[in-house]
Design a protein around this ligand. Structure first.
Ligand code: ATP
Length: 382
């Protein structure tokens, strides 16, 4: 087993496409790390550099204690699972899983008569491993089928089996679930988490889907334009996003952002969004910021119908009056599009609400969970 590290890694394509820019990231031994970010942020390039499919322009890639920049892909002891499965169409499932092992472990001795006994032993061992993995992934009954005779989900399991059977030091997965339908994605997501718990193999998983990143990653690394924005446990990234980009990328519906100024009224300091102002708690080195232009961030789930809010007592400080433009029912809750003068806010409200569309009602905001970002640098201010 081994961890993986990017040390000052950059990758430049051509003259000026900086796909990855000075990436420093340590993936711990046995960890499930998700690299996440919008299309083009450099996550696949980062993954391919671990695999050795892409050379870095600068910096060191470590697998365990070994600098692997000059180690060929086949000697890096990694296994990769791709979005498109990349199964051999002319081989059945058994052979697809066994193929890499045969190449690696028989190393040509199979056909040499003098090594017949040894080859038979290795073959038996490969057979046991293939059947073991097939059992683990519940694809035993398809071992004789060709890939085209399988569903997308089954194919993905074969691709996983082929990777697992090699018992690599590191798994690399590039959007492995994106070809599956929504239901199968959720199911396979859970299976992958369980598999990781069982095998404990260091895994680097690339996705653009923030829900996958939040639910699967023990930690997640969020990238933008080749630059690492934040790396932490999903709960911490959600609660303490490092900047406005991370705050907007994580969470659904996305965080509300309002242009605001820090003001002082009497002895209290407020973040003033124009139509309403909220008092700052001590955490925000408040006084020094008076006069500063900021962006106020409020997650939709931190705005509640004042009549329903059980954990927040409505006070003068945390209450706003807003007109409900649209209420979208999601079953367990509503997404409410609120209007306060020149401002618009999105809130998620419990389905017990009595509020109706076009009505003006009282809402409360959880003041402990508001976010403030520097208007210029977009970095979070705590
Ligand atoms: P996606 O989710 O769309 O796959 P990504 O985050 O994985 O995106 P990369 O594929 O790593 O992003 O690409 C990062 C940047 O590098 C992009 O701007 C892309 O256009 C560029 N890029 C990737 N591969 C090459 C290449 N072979 N030649 C030139 N530019 C490339």
């Amino acid at each position: 087993m081994a961890g993986v590290a990017f040390r000052n890694i950059s990758k430049v394509y051509g003259k000026d496409v900086k796909a990855v820019n000075d990436l420093n990231l340590e993936i711990r031994d046995k960890e499930f790390m998700v690299l996440v970010g919008p299309s083009g942020c450099g996550k696949t390039t980062a993954l391919r550099m671990i695999a050795g499919l892409e050379e870095s322009t600068d910096g060191d890639i470590m697998i365990g204690e070994v600098r692997v920049n000059d180690v060929p892909p086949k000697d890096r002891d990694i296994a990769m699972v791709f979005q498109n499965y990349a199964l051999y169409p002319h081989m059945n499932v058994y052979d697809n899983i066994a193929f890499g092992l045969r190449l690696r472990e028989l190393k040509g001795i199979f056909w040499q008569l003098s090594h017949y006994g040894e080859a038979q032993k290795i073959k038996a061992d490969i057979d046991a491993r293939v059947r073991d993995v097939a059992r683990m992934l519940d694809i035993e009954k398809y071992l004789n089928r060709r890939p085209k005779e399988l569903s997308g989900g089954q194919r993905q399991r074969v691709a996983l089996a082929r990777a697992i059977v090699r018992k690599p030091k590191v798994f690399l997965m590039d959007e492995p679930l994106s070809n599956l339908d929504a239901k199968l994605r959720v199911q396979t997501r859970a299976e992958l988490i369980q598999l990781h718990r069982k095998l404990g193999i260091t895994t680097v998983y690339v996705t653009h889907d923030q829900v996958e990143a939040m639910t699967m990653g023990q930690r997640m690394a969020i990238m933008r334009d080749g630059v690492l924005q934040q790396c932490d446990e999903p709960e911490k990234v959600y609660a303490y996003p490092a900047n406005k980009f991370v705050a907007s990328f994580i969470g659904s519906p996305p965080m509300n952002f309002l242009e605001a100024t820090i003001v002082q009224v009497g002895s209290k300091v407020y973040v003033d969004a124009g139509e309403f102002k909220l008092p700052l708690t001590e955490g925000h080195s408040a006084i020094q910021m008076v006069g500063k232009k900021v962006t106020l961030g409020i997650r939709p789930e931190e705005i509640d119908d004042a009549n329903l809010a059980t954990n927040i007592k409505p006070t003068e400080d945390n209450s706003i009056s807003a007109k409900v433009d649209v209420l979208e029912p999601l079953g367990h809750e509503y997404v409410a599009y609120l209007n306060i003068g020149s401002l618009n806010l999105i809130a998620t409200i419990d389905n017990e609400t009595r509020i109706k569309e076009a009505q003006t009602a009282q809402f409360v905001i959880n003041l402990d969970r508001i976010h403030i970002f520097d208007a210029e640098t977009e970095v979070a201010i705590r």
